[in-house]
Design a protein around this ligand. Structure first.
Ligand code: NDP
Length: 460
């Protein structure tokens, strides 16, 4: 492979190699490009992985095993038939059964699920568990729907999906718009259709097979990873430090919870409408009440805390997000993809941020990542830092298969150990391939190697 001198050359080379449309705005292309650029040191050092080699490993890795697309019809509360599209991208099962979340959001399409599925392959590989990579979901919007409508949609969705999944085949979980409630409805339908009570979904409520700590796992894991990374990089811990968090869903709220447990001070959170800045530290019980129970806008936060600041999206800086202009020691983007732009990266750098940890999947744009990489900010990429959720999903599969129930403390200890192991592995891999301190390259190389080795060993 010829030497790549800059990102533009690399894009052209990658597009040529893989016969792809060079579409800048495609999130799948963005995710794939990041990985392929990262693993060049591996290609250079080992012919076995190089694309020109006969294994064709890259072409095989970037092509999903299959993309399943189906119609979901359901009756709303006015007895009107509604139609949505459902998907499951079964990307790669070299290491174990397909595994990855389901997203219910109006923006869901094939490209987004391909990007998420691709990321999931390497993330799952980093956990060290026997898990393949997949992602699925629907353009259904749970917002504003009654509980009964959500149940009917989930049931209709599973009537199609059940044909393609199984505890040894494909084990979906939650993601944006899919929490314990939706998983429980889908599990109920799967059980009725198949008459089989088995670990086919993770993120189930505890009382019928879920693992303790699955709801907390991603957010807690993000903070465990950050603590370890700061320690390895010789920086001060999060204790007593101001932190900024975006999002107000599962990942963000549990990251905030763990930050408080470690005596850090999380001062922000966001939703799709705006941002809360509470300089004394955000009121977590109130946030849980607003977002997990009542499912309302964050704007209501200031009714209880008029001294806090609410900034609606319309007042965000141009091409940026107000949350990333609040000075902090640690920044935690935990909402959605591409929510941290170059404008935001410049603000974080200007404000002296020490660490940025991606809780959401691919929250930083390519431009933002390159800018951050040119500084000494400790940057933890999503596929390593947010792997705690899928790790505990793996623990849930183990508990289901062996009919066991682990305690909260047991799961928490295993989660912490897993996140620290991932962090060490990523850091050591970066060192081994001459990119010390670069956790993006370290994560991509370590994850890719594990999957590629299995694919080569298993043959075509
Ligand atoms: P939730 O649905 O629980 O929460 C998502 C949060 O992000 C909500 O506060 C939502 O706002 C906000 N949000 C969603 N879309 C946008 C947008 N376009 N602009 C601004 N804000 C937005 O999802 P999760 O917390 O589960 O997931 C968050 C991220 O973490 C996703 O990238 C997901 O893929 C990733 N992730 C999740 C895992 C998990 O275990 N749940 C595991 C690994 C990764 P609003 O309340 O207004 O809708």
């Amino acid at each position: 492979m010829r030497k790549i001198n800059n990102i533009e050359e690399a894009k052209i080379e990658i597009a040529k190699l893989h016969n792809l449309d060079c579409k800048e705005d495609d999130v799948f292309y963005q995710a794939m490009e990041e990985v392929l650029l990262s693993i060049f040191p591996l290609f250079e050092s080992d012919e076995m992985y190089n694309n020109s080699e006969k294994n064709g490993i890259i072409k095989r890795l970037i092509t999903p095993d299959r993309i399943i697309k189906f119609k979901v019809t359901w009756l709303d509360d006015n007895n009107i038939v509604q139609v949505n599209t459902g998907y499951r991208v079964q990307f790669n099962n070299a290491l174990g059964p397909y595994k990855g979340g389901l997203r219910f959001h109006p923006t869901v399409n094939e490209g987004i699920l391909k990007f998420l599925g691709f990321e999931q392959i390497l993330k799952n590989a980093l956990t060290g568990l026997p898990l393949g990579g997949a992602k699925g979901g629907s353009d259904f919007d749970p917002k504003g729907k009654s509980d009964f409508e959500v149940m009917k949609f989930c049931s209709a969705f599973m009537k199609e999906l059940h044909k393609y999944i199984g505890p040894r085949i494909d084990v979906p979980a939650g993601d944006i718009g899919v929490g314990g409630r939706e998983i429980a409805y889908m599990f109920g339908t799967y059980k009725k259709i198949t008459s089989s009570f088995e670990g086919v979904l993770t993120g189930k409520p505890y009382f019928f097979g879920g693992s303790l700590m699955r709801p907390e796992a991603t957010g807690y894991g993000v903070v465990y990873f950050t603590q370890k990374m700061l320690e390895l990089e010789g920086k001060e811990s999060l204790k007593g430090k101001i932190c900024t968090v975006s999002g107000a869903g599962n990942v963000a709220l549990h990251a905030i919870e763990k930050l408080y447990q470690l005596e850090a001070i999380p001062v922000t959170c966001t939703d799709s409408k705006g941002m809360i800045y509470d300089a004394r530290g955000v009121d977590l019980p109130l946030l849980k009440e607003l977002k997990l129970k009542r499912r309302v806008s964050l704007e209501e936060y200031i009714i209880a805390h008029p001294e806090a600041e609410y900034i609606p999206v319309e007042k965000y800086p141009e091409n940026g997000h107000a949350v990333w202009d609040i000075p902090s020691y640690g920044a935690f983007p935990c909402a959605t993809q591409n929510e941290l732009t170059i404008v935001d990266a410049n603000n974080l750098i200007k404000n002296g941020t020490v660490s940025i940890t991606e809780g959401a999947n691919m929250p930083s744009t390519t431009e933002a990542m390159h800018k951050i990489a040119s500084t000494d900010i400790c940057f933890a990429p999503a596929k390593a830092a947010n792997a705690g959720g899928v790790a505990v999903s793996g623990f849930e599969m183990s508990q289901n298969a062996s009919m066991q129930k682990w305690t909260f403390e047991e799961v928490d200890l295993k989660l912490k150990a897993t996140m620290e192991d991932i962090c060490l592995n990523v850091s050591n891999t970066a060192k081994e391939y001459g990119v010390e301190g670069n956790y993006v390259d370290g994560a991509n190389i370590a994850g890719f190697k594990r999957v590629a080795d299995a694919m080569i060993a298993e043959g075509i």
